[in-house]
Design a binder for this molecule. Structure first.
Ligand SMILES: Cc1cc2nc3c(=O)[nH]c(=O)nc-3n(C[C@H](O)[C@H](O)[C@H](O)COP(=O)(O)O)c2cc1C
Length: 163
């Protein structure tokens, strides 16, 4: 069995729901990236604030964490899509954490457009093998449907990787 770490950031719970479903299914460890300062705005201003963080290439300081990706064989990394790409906490993580020689599966949650998210994550994760990608449309709006979708995605990953 591949030793697996599920790494994610979630602002409003969609990505967390998918990450927890994966971790439970695999009995995997989980690493939730938490910025020291989280967005305080709700409503429309959250898009302005979050979107500008992405566009400015911000790397918000993360709360300390005790998992090292290099201790694992498989990393499953998830993010919401913000401004057509991955979120600032992932930007911090990719730039401050050693991740090389790993098998990696990527997932995203979005409101309709996955856009450049995986392409840009792959660029940030050069030196690793990206073995799978899957996006989810607002999973909390259809928890049961998306639970099934993520579990069959995980089955495909496991079958691909186990002898
Ligand atoms: C700041 C911000 C920017 C967003 N930008 C996009 C986008 O470019 N494309 C898209 O499809 N959804 C966009 N969304 C919607 C989220 O990706 C979507 O609601 C996702 O499921 C949220 O995941 P979470 O609940 O884990 O935070 C954006 C949401 C926020 C808050």
């Amino acid at each position: 069995m591949l030793k697996t770490l599920v790494i994610f950031y979630s602002f409003e719970g969609n990505t967390k729901f998918i990450a927890q479903t994966i971790a439970e299914k695999l009995g995997a460890d989980i690493l939730e990236l938490k910025p020291e300062e989280e967005i305080k705005t709700k409503g429309f201003m959250k898009y302005v604030w979050g979107g500008s963080q992405v566009v400015m290439g911000k790397m918000p300081k993360l709360k300390p964490f005790d998992k090292d990706p290099q201790d694992y064989d498989l990393l499953i990394i998830g993010t919401p899509v913000w401004a057509w790409t991955y979120t600032p906490p992932l930007n911090t993580f990719f730039n401050t954490t050693k991740i090389v020689g790993k098998k990696i599966a990527l997932f995203s949650c979005h409101g309709g457009q996955n856009a450049k998210t995986f392409e840009k994550m792959e660029k940030a994760l050069q030196g690793n093998e990206i073995i799978a990608r899957q996006d989810f449309f607002e999973p909390l709006r259809d928890k049961e449907g998306n639970r099934k979708k993520v579990l069959s995605w995980i089955d495909a990953i496991i079958n691909q990787n186990l002898p």
